[in-house]
Design a protein around this ligand. Structure first.
Ligand code: HEC
Ligand code: HEC
Ligand code: HEC
Ligand code: HEC
Length: 190
């Protein structure tokens, strides 16, 4: 029976995983126009976009050392809140061999580029994995209300989602107040 259970779980995960995390650069091409609110610019100027780089700074290294951890950018205990889709089919901690992969001796492979674009707290942390909803046709239909975004992986972000990371497990936790924090990252459609 156990083997069937495992196979069932494998199929279930593969189905769920088919809504893939694509990385914030894929959202950029359509969400960088001032006329429609330039959500990309607002995100790139927020601290979320830089969250992975923060793990390479002196402060992060100090915090990790105190906790008896290694390089914070390679520790699950830190990475999980500073990247996109950790443990959900998004960012994964990879070794040097992975990062060195190239397709022609120079350019990084697609897999490497995707992983690079999942560093930091990207669009898909809050809006859900983008592979199924990111086409223009679907985005417009979702916006008009003629297509159900949720069925394509688009999620409606709420305060609950913020608290998945903005909580006391964060070594530098600042009491999270949605009313105060949300305006700092807001990027509405005009
Ligand atoms: C091919 C172009 C395109 C791409 C790529 C794209 N979008 Fe969109 N998106 C649109 C358009 C067009 C709209 C409708 C609103 C508008 O005109 O700006 C929209 C609307 C949205 C909305 C609002 C939906 C609603 O309920 O009204 C969200 C959220 C969103 N996009 C997030 C994303 C994210 C996250 C990504 C990357 C994973 C992404 N989009 C990639 C074109 C795109
Ligand atoms: C995946 C984890 C994660 C989620 C979910 C998340 N954040 Fe963050 N947030 C972070 C991290 C990590 C930082 C710090 C980044 C840095 O400084 O490098 C941060 C920083 C911020 C900051 C800057 C804080 C400051 O002191 O200036 C604001 C504002 C913020 N987040 C708002 C929000 C809101 C609002 C939501 C929900 C809509 C949210 N965050 C969801 C991880 C997350
Ligand atoms: C930390 C969480 C977070 C991140 C990161 C984030 N967003 Fe959002 N986004 C939100 C929230 C919350 C709203 C407001 C949703 C609402 O009003 O119901 C929103 C609204 C939007 C809207 C307007 C939807 C509407 O109906 O007005 C678009 C478009 C959008 N985001 C695209 C993006 C894109 C593109 C990125 C990356 C470049 C991104 N977001 C990054 C949380 C986030
Ligand atoms: C539960 C999610 C979570 C985990 C786990 C986490 N962080 Fe963070 N980190 C955040 C959030 C959210 C912020 C934004 C400031 C705040 O409210 O804590 C942040 C901010 C930071 C900052 C910027 C501090 C500042 O001045 O605001 C550093 C440095 C940092 N984290 C390092 C680490 C290190 C190192 C680890 C692992 C030991 C870690 N984080 C684990 C969520 C997390």
């Amino acid at each position: 029976m156990r083997i069937y259970h495992t196979i069932f779980l494998l199929i279930l995960t593969t189905t769920l995983m088919s809504q893939d995390y694509v990385g914030s650069k894929k959202c950029k091409m359509c969400h960088k126009k001032d006329k429609t609110g330039n959500q990309f610019k607002s995100w790139i100027n927020s601290r979320h976009s830089n969250a992975f780089e923060t793990l390479k700074g002196d402060e992060a290294i100090e915090i990790a050392k105190e906790k008896g951890l290694g390089n914070p950018w390679e520790e699950e205990a830190c990475v999980k809140c500073h990247v996109t889709g950790y443990g959900k089919g998004g960012y994964e901690i990879k070794n040097a061999e992975f990062w060195a992969q190239t397709k022609d001796g120079k350019k990084p492979t697609k897999a490497v580029k995707r992983m690079e674009n999942l560093k930091g707290v990207g669009c898909e942390v809050c809006h859900g994995p983008g592979s199924k909803y990111k086409s223009k046709k679907k985005m417009v239909a979702i916006n008009k209300g003629t297509m159900d975004g949720a069925a394509l992986g688009l999620i409606q972000p709420t305060e609950q989602l913020c608290i998945e990371c903005h909580n006391e497990e964060s070594p530098s936790y600042k009491p999270f107040d949605f009313e105060e924090f949300y305006p700092k990252i807001a990027h509405p459609l005009p």
